[in-house]
Each structure stands twice: as structure tokens, then as C-alpha cells.
Design a protein around this ligand. Structure first.
Ligand code: DX5
Ligand code: ZN
Length: 229
């Protein structure tokens, strides 16, 4: 299994000073920047696009950027995110008419590819494309907003996805997104996740001007994960 990684979702960061927020959360020990792209069509919210990803790279961010597309369709925007410096690009299978083609397009563009599963979406979408994904992302909330509660049935789904990955022998990260907190991250890890998106738990834990507190919450998550091993 891959090393554990914490992926703060910048959806809950202070957008007025995003570069500094990302710097601070990475300094606190988080490994991956989770970048939520919403289009007010696939999900009822509107966020950020390739220009902001590019701006973070220009600002000096070198950590992997994990672009979570909650847009429909997906293909038009994939090369733009690749040019903007995305490391991972993941999308929802129900948002693409041709899932295999979209996955190939991501890799051809030079990025790592992934599929995202809503709480009610079956893992069977992976059946014929396991060899074309670098990341499987299980939503533990319905996509569109930060600050929702973890849906417990995700734990069983994580176990199922972990088995599929292990049986395949492929190098695929298993990421979980939504409602991840210090008090549940250990059991989520025990269910098989290795990559943990957390938005409100990290950026919302403290007053937004007190960047040092990211150390506290990221440190607490890592301490929990150390016990899950
Ligand atoms: C929801 C997004 C998440 C969100 C998670 O659609 O995909 O990444 O930011 O937020 P929390 O951690 O607050 O549930
Ligand atoms: Zn996300």
C-alpha cells in the first residue's frame, strides 16, 4: 500500500490569500493539494479553474496538485489543467460519455488519472479500466460542498476498493473525500484508504488568520494514522 498522504481541500481555504494558505498547510506536513473544480452544472456550486492552478504553480507550489473535476463534460478542460500544472486529474464516470477515452486523455496529457465515485455510484465502473487509473477516489459525502458529515457506508466501499486494488497488483492510490476529521481518520485508514482529503477539518479548525494551527490539526491526523498502521 502507498504511504499515507493528507490532501487538504483548498475549497475551505481563504481564497483572498490562497498562495499563503497553501504554503502554510504544506509547511504543516500535508503532502498533496486537493483542488476542487465545480461548474454549477454537474454540482450546484461554482469554484476555480486552470488559471488558479497555474497561479499556484507560479507562486512556487511544488507539491502534487490533485485536481478533482466536478464538471460535465470533462474532456474539454483536461488539457488546460495539464498545462496549468495538475499532477492528478480525477473525474466522475457519470460526467463523461466515454470514460476510457477521458482516462487516456489525462495520461496522454502527462498527468495521473483517476475516477471518482459518488456515495451511490457503483465501483463496477472500474471493471474494464483498472489499468488506466492511478487513483480511485471515493466520495464520503455528496459532492458540491465542504463541511458535510462522513457517510458511514463509505467504510465498506473502501474495503471493497482496497481489495480490488490489491488483487490487481497495480500501483493505485485510494483516496477518500468528505467529512474526514481527526476523530475518524484512523478507522477510514483501517478500511483501506491511503490518501485523505480534508477541507473544513483543516482550514476551518481555527481562525483563518492563525496559520500555525494547521500544524496542530495535520499533526493530530498524522498521529492517528501512525496508530492505524
Ligand atoms: C466536496 C469536495 C471536497 C470538500 C471536502 O464536493 O469534493 O473536497 O472540500 O470538504 P470537507 O473535508 O469539509 O468535507
Ligand atoms: Zn474534492
Amino acid at each position: 500500500m502507498a504511504e499515507y498522504a493528507i490532501a487538504p481541500s483548498i475549497l475551505s481555504a481563504n481564497f483572498a490569500r490562497l498562495g499563503e494558505e497553501v504554503d502554510n498547510v504544506l509547511k504543516s506536513g500535508a503532502e498533496i493539494v486537493h483542488f476542487d473544480v465545480m461548474d454549477n452544472h454537474y454540482v450546484p456550486n461554482l469554484t476555480i479553474g486552470p488559471l488558479v492552478c497555474d497561479a499556484l504553480r507560479s507562486h512556487g507550489v511544488t507539491a502534487p496538485i490533485d485536481v478533482h473535476l466536478m464538471v460535465k463534460p470533462v474532456d474539454r478542460i483536461i488539457p488546460d489543467f495539464a498545462k496549468a500544472g495538475a499532477t492528478y486529474i480525477t473525474f466522475h464516470p457519470d460526467a463523461s460519455d466515454h470514460v476510457d477515452r477521458s482516462l487516456q486523455l489525462i495520461r496522454e496529457s502527462g498527468c495521473k488519472s483517476g475516477l471518482v465515485f459518488n456515495p451511490a455510484t457503483s465501483l463496477s465502473h472500474l471493471d474494464y479500466v483498472m489499468d488506466k487509473v492511478d487513483m480511485i477516489l471515493l466520495m464520503s459525502v455528496n459532492p458540491g460542498f465542504g463541511g458535510q458529515s462522513f457517510i458511514p457506508s463509505t467504510l465498506g466501499k473502501l474495503k471493497q476498493a482496497r481489495k480490488m486494488i490489491d488483487d490487481s497488483g497495480l500501483d493505485i492510490r485510494l483516496e477518500v473525500d468528505g467529512g474526514v476529521k481527526v476523530n475518524n481518520i484512523r478507522e477510514i485508514a483501517a478500511a483501506g484508504a491511503d490518501t485523505f482529503v480534508a477541507g473544513s477539518a483543516i482550514f476551518g479548525a481555527v481562525g483563518k488568520d492563525d496559520a500555525n494551527d494547521y500544524d496542530t490539526v495535520v499533526g493530530a491526523m498524522k498521529a492517528e494514522l501512525a496508530q492505524a498502521k
